[in-house]
Design a protein around this ligand. Structure first.
Ligand SMILES: Cc1ncc(C[n+]2csc(CCOP(=O)(O)OP(=O)(O)O)c2C)c(N)n1
Ligand SMILES: [Mg+2]
Length: 345
């Protein structure tokens, strides 16, 4: 089976479907969070091509998977252990565009690591986001450990962790999910299945059509959702969060999506996938789909759409300007922070 066929199996949202009786403000906020990430993401690519920053890893195409997921959480209360592609999720959790751009430029005050790591190695203490490192899947046992601590303390929190489908080939993924299932932890693993792990397609990564099919082997529910449909992701995630908070244990949620740009600023995707395939997926752009849906519900008008767009562009421009003008860390801070010290503002 072709890899694209696998990923498109998720059911598209019917045009006349009602938006789950969710409050209008929440639906519009979902749209805003997806849009502001996209505009910032586009700006980061331009900065890279201008030679102003060294690296960018993009979330374009993943906006619905992440915003649907994060809106199902109690933000600032639950724990999140993200992966590098989680820009929309991080913005919705409270990372500011300025924080993000400070990271792109490696400037002073970057909240994840004081600019000690590459960009997009998220950490945000004020939002209960635990910092991650570069080896893929190492975040999974961390999240399972956090969920174990939540259970021992008797908190009503949940721990969400994110990962790409390719990284589920790592041993840590199996270890973390197994631990979470054995101890019935308030743990959710959101797999953002975008069909590729850099150049390696999903069918070279696993012999099953869905990552979620493996959930049964751990002893937890596995759910497949359309990762380009923000409301479908929200529904799937909300059910998982409700289960976890009720003490019913972990869930594996797989959001089927696609990254419409190369893996990172340093990848040429023309060597492993056709332009036709990319163009086909762009027709199911998650922001476009949600915009059309909100318009059909009378919640978005052309004037509002332009207004949101202008705000998103202005916010990104402000962040870039702020980061360009910000100072680099002082040389005297080079060995800081190492152990048990707060990151300096
Ligand atoms: C242990 C380890 N092996 C290899 C890499 C290099 N690497 C970084 S991202 C990546 C692909 C991951 O693909 P996937 O999990 O599908 O996530 P996606 O980037 O597609 O969102 C690889 C191989 C790494 N960071 N860590
Ligand atoms: Mg992938």
């Amino acid at each position: 089976m072709a890899t694209t066929e696998i990923a498109t199996k998720a059911k598209p949202r019917a045009k006349d479907e009602k938006p789950d009786d969710l409050p209008k403000e929440m639906l519009l906020d979902m749209y805003w969070q997806m849009l502001r990430s996209r505009r910032l993401d586009e700006r980061a690519w331009v900065l890279h091509r201008q030679g102003k920053i060294a690296f960018h890893i993009s979330a374009m195409g993943h906006e619905a998977s992440q915003i649907g997921a994060v809106f199902a959480l109690r933000r600032g209360h639950d724990y999140v252990v993200p992966y590098y592609r989680d820009l929309p999720m991080m913005l919705a959790l409270g990372l500011t565009p300025r924080d993000f751009c400070i990271g792109l430029f490696g400037k002073r005050g970057e909240p994840s690591s004081g600019a000690r790591q590459m960009p997009s190695h998220w950490g945000l203490r004020r939002a209960n986001v635990v910092t991650t490192s570069s080896p893929v899947a190492t975040q999974i046992p961390h999240a399972a450990g956090i969920a174990f601590a939540i259970k021992l303390r008797g908190d009503d929190r949940v721990a969400l962790t994110c990962i790409g489908e390719g990284s589920t080939s790592q041993g840590e993924w199996y270890e973390g999910l197994n631990w979470a299932a054995v101890h019935k932890l308030p743990f959710i693993c959101l797999v953002q299945n975008n069909v590729y792990a850099i150049s390696v397609p999903m069918d070279k990564q696993m012999a099953v059509p869905n990552v979620a099919d493996r959930a049964a082997a751990f002893g937890m529910p596995g759910v497949v959702v359309d990762g380009n449909d923000v409301l479908a992701v929200y529904r799937g995630m909300k059910a998982a969060v409700d289960l976890a908070r009720a003490g019913e244990g972990p869930t594996l949620v797989e959001a089927k999506t696609y990254r419409v740009v190369p893996h990172s600023s340093d990848d040429d995707d023309r060597s492993y996938r056709s332009r036709d395939e990319v163009e086909e997926w762009k027709k199911r752009d998650p922001i476009l789909l949600f915009r059309t849906h909100l318009e059909s519900q009378g919640l978005l008008t052309p004037v509002l759409i332009d207004d949101y767009d202008a705000r998103a562009v202005a916010e990104a421009e402000d962040a870039v300007k702020f980061a360009e003008e910000a100072p680099y860390p002082d040389a005297s801070e080079a060995a800081y922070p190492v152990y048990a010290e707060e990151i300096r503002k």
